[in-house]
Design a protein around this ligand. Structure first.
Ligand SMILES: [Zn+2]
Ligand SMILES: [Zn+2]
Length: 464
């Protein structure tokens, strides 16, 4: 009699209770007694199911969304179903999180309501159950079950049906590396180009390079590769956008996380001391076209590895070289801008018949017979900074005298306007960068300290 009753209750539990548990409760039940452990016999897919439920809990911080400017904290975590861990979102590439089928499902969606649908351990019973589930698993049947009164399905309902259903295939960057996923669409003979037209934004090799979700803005390349190293309080030079009327002082950049072949840690691209990065800006997307770029990515090593292998002195030498390249580009560009403004003086004479630069210039040079010849752009380009500044002084004085300072109606082009009023700011920035170069040349330790123990790179990787 007692035997009968206990058998009966096991049957009830098997048929009426266990299939309707969620994965978390299923595993918990299996962990209560030996009896249930033997009965339920949890498999890998049950543990994966529990992990996917855990990632939706509030303590794992909601969802990463397609917001290019928003920085999500690493407390936003997702499950990797290969290494069975809950990891910060920074460990996943964009596809693994942003595609509809990989997103965290809201509680009322199909994936959010999914139960463990456990069946007893017999292979035949499991097979039959699976067949039944698949036959029932169509959009129409789901609609009839969940929204019987809706006759025209909306895109929102389609989304509710599809969201999060492929999460059991989501893996982290490291697992994708370990399983060879990144190497799949890589063809060495054609450089970093897509072989199959798949415009995936990431590159896979022995050294995977994974694109960041967010777009970051920096004033120049030296700031992008050494963020926060030399704080500058002055005005940054404006960048000109061709075909656009407005000026901006920051440029958008993408960050990348790379796996160092030496220490196997994922780090920001800046830690590899490569000044040039194809696709480093959002506008460069979506194809990696680096046919003329003959670098051996496999040989790159992060700052830490170089310091460990060749010493900090060698690392310092390489970092100074990188700094000089980056700051050098910027100084050269500013120098070009400083000269370029003079071209616009000529245009101004065309536009405004009352204005004559020759006259203004000669009047200012009245006491000096030597410098009365008005220099053209090419001549100014060859002059030293001091002499150029002196000529600019004449222009500034003219503007001030005619009530055009610090702004006025005489100049209409935005770029020329900026140049006229921001000449000194540009000069100052170039001077500041040159001073920084002198500093790091005298003491490369500044850069070594920054690269190995500073907060800059760590912050970049964390915010990725
Ligand atoms: Zn993983
Ligand atoms: Zn390394």
């Amino acid at each position: 009699m007692t035997v009968d009753r206990s058998l009966r209750s096991t049957y009830d539990i098997q048929i009426l209770i266990i299939p309707y548990l969620d994965f978390t409760s299923l595993i918990s039940l299996a962990q209560t007694t030996q009896l249930f452990r033997d009965l339920i016999n949890p498999q890998r897919r049950h543990f994966v199911g529990r992990l996917l439920e855990i990632e939706c809990l509030p303590q794992n911080g909601g969802e990463v969304t397609l917001d290019l400017l928003k920085v999500f904290p690493p407390t936003v975590r997702y499950a990797c179903t290969r290494c069975l861990k809950i990891l910060p979102h920074t460990k996943f590439d964009n596809h693994a999180l942003l595609r509809l089928r990989f997103r965290k499902p809201p509680p009322k969606s199909r994936a959010g309501k999914q139960l463990c649908s456990w069946t007893s351990g017999y292979a035949k019973a499991q097979g039959l159950k699976r067949q039944g589930d698949l036959a029932n698993d169509t959009f129409e049947k789901w609609m009839a079950r969940e929204h019987p009164l809706v006759f025209a399905p909306t895109p929102e309902l389609k989304e509710e049906y599809n969201i999060g259903i492929c999460r059991h295939r989501r893996t982290c960057n490291e697992c994708k590396f370990q399983s060879g996923f990144w190497a799949q669409n890589f063809d060495l003979t054609r450089g970093w180009r897509r072989r199959n037209g798949n415009r995936n934004q990431n590159v896979g090799t022995a050294v995977p390079v994974i694109k960041s979700r967010q777009v970051y803005t920096y004033h120049d390349a030296s700031e992008r590769f050494f963020p926060g190293l030399f704080p500058y309080t002055g005005d940054f030079p404006a960048r000109r956008r061709i075909y656009r009327d407005y000026l901006i002082d920051r440029l958008p950049w993408c960050l990348y996380t790379m796996r160092c072949p030496g220490c196997e840690r994922w780090q920001e691209f800046a830690a590899f001391r490569q000044p040039r990065m194809p696709k480093s800006r959002p506008r460069d997307a979506p194809v990696w076209d680096v046919q003329d770029w003959d670098v051996k990515v496999e040989e790159w090593r992060c700052n830490g590895c170089v310091a460990a292998a060749d010493g900090e002195q060698e690392l310092g030498r390489q970092l100074v070289e990188l700094w000089k390249t980056l700051a050098g580009w910027e100084v050269k560009w500013i120098d070009y801008c400083l000269v370029d403004g003079w071209r616009h003086i000529g245009y101004l004479e065309h536009e405004d018949k009352d204005f004559s630069w020759t006259l203004v210039y000669r009047r200012a040079r009245v006491e000096s017979q030597l410098l009365r010849e008005v220099p053209n752009v090419q001549e100014i380009a060859k002059m030293s900074g001091e002499v150029r500044r002196e000529i600019y002084g004449i222009w500034k004085q003219y503007l001030q005298k005619h009530g055009e300072w610090p702004e006025g109606d005489l100049i209409t082009t935005p770029w020329f306007k900026y140049w006229s009023y921001g000449y000194e700011a540009m000069e100052k920035r170039a001077e500041f960068l040159r001073a920084c170069t002198d500093r790091v040349e005298a003491d490369p330790g500044i850069l070594v300290e920054y690269a190995l123990r500073g907060e800059g790179y760590e912050a970049m990787v964390m915010s990725y």
